[in-house]
Design a protein around this ligand. Structure first.
Ligand code: G3P
Length: 221
């Protein structure tokens, strides 16, 4: 399983990358706007420099016509060809743009997937990644994790190469359940990474070891 950070916050990406557990980053217009970034190109280049070589960075188009999606996608790709994966919406235009971009070897992450049928269409169009939004389904009383399981089962039946990104993750249990389901990737907010790392018994244990060591007067020199 791989973990991507779902953020456009440079300091979070720096911290996650330093731990060596981050294999990629997903951004979207809301995340970029939240950070107040004005220059998307500079941000993407900076992120690419922080991550391991060829780590995927999803960069989302905000255009709606196929020709504009393709043009934007190619421009994003030129910023960091080893890293950039173009994020396109799950609709007819997104599927068509996927095929056009594939001709130039540009990979697509199809976003805003809310059904297994959409995921089938994405895989048939040849997307490299599909992003089912499990948290947003949970928010409206549906079972987001069941969608992840369904998509994985269907993809296995036909040996589709599309990788499933469990997206819209809200808490650490989502990460565990996505891993148990066999999702290729979970893209998580930095807060969830911190929650995954922390355990009160670990903190208590570290403190106890330090206190006992001090009391003993022993040395490690
Ligand atoms: O990767 C998709 C993700 O950013 C959506 O998350 O929390 O806005 O539903 P959220």
């Amino acid at each position: 399983m791989k973990i991507f950070l779902d953020t456009a916050n440079i300091s979070e990406i720096k911290k996650g990358a330093a731990m060596g557990v981050i294999h990629g980053v997903t951004t979207n217009p809301s995340l970029v706007a939240k950070e107040g970034h004005k220059d998307y190109k500079a941000v993407v280049k900076e992120i690419a420099n922080l991550l391991p070589v060829a780590a995927p960075i999803s960069v989302e188009v905000v255009s709606e016509a196929v020709a504009d999606m393709v043009a934007d996608g190619k421009r994003f790709y030129s910023w960091a060809p080893e890293n950039v994966v173009v994020k396109l919406p799950m609709n007819a235009e997104g599927l068509q743009a996927t095929r056009e971009l594939a001709k130039d070897g540009v990979r697509v992450n199809m976003t805003l997937c809310f059904s297994a049928n959409q995921a089938i269409l994405g895989a048939l169009a040849g997307v490299a990644f599909i992003s089912p939004f499990l948290g947003r389904l949970d928010d409206i009383g549906h079972d987001g994790m069941q969608l992840i399981r369904d998509i994985l089962a269907i993809y296995r039946n036909y040996d589709f190469k599309t990788e499933v990104i469990a997206a819209s993750i809200r808490h650490p249990l989502h990460t565990i359940d996505a891993a148990k389901a066999g999702a290729h990737i979970a893209t998580i907010p930095y807060k969830v990474l911190e929650q995954m790392l922390k355990h009160p018994l670990t903190d208590i244990g570290i403190q106890r070891f330090l206190d006992d060591w001090k009391k003993s007067g022993a040395t490690n020199l």
